[in-house]
Design a protein. Structure first.
Lengths: 238, 229
């Protein structure tokens, strides 16, 4: 049983608490430290660690304070270098080299984003849960076996983005960046279709764009496609 | 008479190039590909992949280039095979039909008017051939300048030369590029649909999974920490 709480999701900040009942972890720390404290009811010392996917501020804003507060932070060498951080609370991880934090075994993998060395995480625990966490990537090159929970970015729909570009609401340069750095509804569907979802219990859609998404439609379309319970991560809960 | 016939057979054997021209050349390609695919010195895309090796051998034969050189300069960018710009320029310079590529500069560095044009002399006619002018302004207007992974902002001079050269080669010696783009061109290509709806969006066959840890591994990770400093 995995418990998932979204403290923040979207371009303003991303932070998710994931726990299997034994080992609570934070996925990203892209909001202020105070917001994280509030979001966790000031029980931050219970965290076993924080996984940071890449260096962009909406995923790493509080990393310094987290480490100062004694929370171990896990990220790629490229991310750590881009953030300019070091210290004994920093743990460098590599794509395709699994490691353990408490009851979780975590396998990082490469994602496709305009960052130094971005990672996604496949996380399995001793109770048979297998969680996929992937955000800020325009597609996923791997397939995954036996997933029970999926937390995946679903940033925009191509038709909404195109409409916004035509209306002059989104500059072409921004559109180009979005296309090459974020997961679209269309690509999320392709990814889900390519994977065995027979054991999947929940799908969480993360990091929805403010202007280029439609939470209701995304939830409905993914539900129709997969027949699974679909949740939209809350923009903020602190 | 027999000696002459033997010589003809020998010449024919020498002419045999790996490819798809005949059953013999295809069999030859397969044999060679089998050997290359077993080598650990060839790039990963060709290791244990006979089909890729056959294609590389055929390309090498058409370019009259070394197969290993072709393999090392054929990159997959966004799922598309593409040449490195250096390889394309080197192939052009070695073609024997033209002088080595030269570059002509216009405008002031740091401005949008700064640009480069490639030129060369065609040996058969002695004519000076000029390629299209590529400028920073053009790179900006075409949307190449700001693309992720593009080097236009960090090494504009190099990019101007590469783009001018590849355009020249595509105009005057298209047989060398074989219809393929260079790696930097693929990054700059404005084919948004390709990324959204194309094959790049579909996961490849590689399945990723957590390996169940044996006793030995568990002992190693008793500290319950990941690899760190």
């Amino acid at each position: 049983m995995i418990e998932n709480t979204s403290l923040a999701s979207g371009s303003q900040g991303n932070c998710y608490r994931v726990s299997d009942g034994r080992t609570p972890l934070l996925l990203e720390c892209g909001i202020g430290w105070k917001e994280i404290q509030r979001g966790l009811n000031f029980r931050t010392s219970q965290l076993a660690g924080c996984l940071v996917s890449h260096e962009h501020k909406d995923h790493s804003k509080a990393v310094q304070e987290m480490m100062k507060a004694g929370i171990d932070c896990y990220m790629s060498a490229g991310t750590a270098e881009a953030l300019g951080i070091s210290g004994h609370r920093l743990y460098i991880i590599k794509a395709k080299q699994q490691f353990r934090i408490g009851t979780w075994t975590i396998l990082p993998f490469e994602t496709q984003h305009d960052a130094a060395e971005p990672l996604g995480f496949l996380m399995a625990n001793q109770y048979g849960d297998k969680l996929l966490y992937a955000t800020d990537t325009y597609f996923l090159q791997y397939k995954f076996r036996g997933l029970t929970h999926i937390m995946v970015e679903c940033n925009y729909a191509l038709d909404i983005l195109q409409k916004n570009v035509t209306a002059g609401l989104v500059p072409t340069a921004l559109k180009d960046r979005v296309l090459r750095s974020h997961f679209s509804l269309e690509n999320v569907k392709e990814f889900l279709k390519a994977n065995d979802l027979s054991k999947v219990q929940e799908i969480w859609l993360l990091h929805l764009s403010d202007g280029n998404s439609d939470a209701g439609r995304f939830k409905r379309e993914i539900q129709e496609l997969t027949g699974k319970e679909v949740y939209i991560a809350r923009k903020n809960s602190y | 008479m027999t000696e002459k016939k033997e010589m003809q057979v020998a010449e024919k054997a020498i002419d045999l190039v790996p490819g798809f021209d005949s059953m013999q050349s295809f069999e030859f390609a397969l044999q060679a590909a089998n050997i290359l695919a077993k080598s650990s010195l060839v790039p990963k895309a060709y290791q244990n992949n006979i089909a890729n090796c056959v294609i590389a051998l055929n390309m090498a034969a058409r370019l009259k280039a070394d197969p290993l050189m072709v393999m090392q300069n054929l990159y997959i960018v966004y799922g598309r095979p593409s040449w490195s710009a250096q390889f394309l320029i080197a192939t052009f310079n070695m073609s024997g039909k033209f002088s080595a590529l030269r570059y002509e500069w216009v405008g002031k560095p740091g401005t949008d008017e700064w640009g480069c044009r490639a030129w060369a002399i065609e040996h058969a006619t002695g004519e000076r051939l000029e390629g299209a002018l590529v400028t920073i302004g053009m790179a900006k207007k075409e949307g190449w300048y700001g693309r992720d992974g593009s080097k236009w902002q960090t090494m504009p001079q190099q990019m101007l030369m590469y783009r001018a050269a590849t355009w020249f080669i595509r105009a005057y010696a298209p047989e060398l590029a074989m219809g393929m783009y260079t790696t930097d061109e693929v990054i700059d290509l404005s084919e948004d649909e390709y990324h959204v709806h194309g094959k790049a969006a579909v996961p490849n066959s590689e399945e990723l999974d957590i390996v169940e840890e044996g006793k030995e591994v568990e002992e190693e990770t008793k500290t319950e920490k990941g690899p760190g400093f």
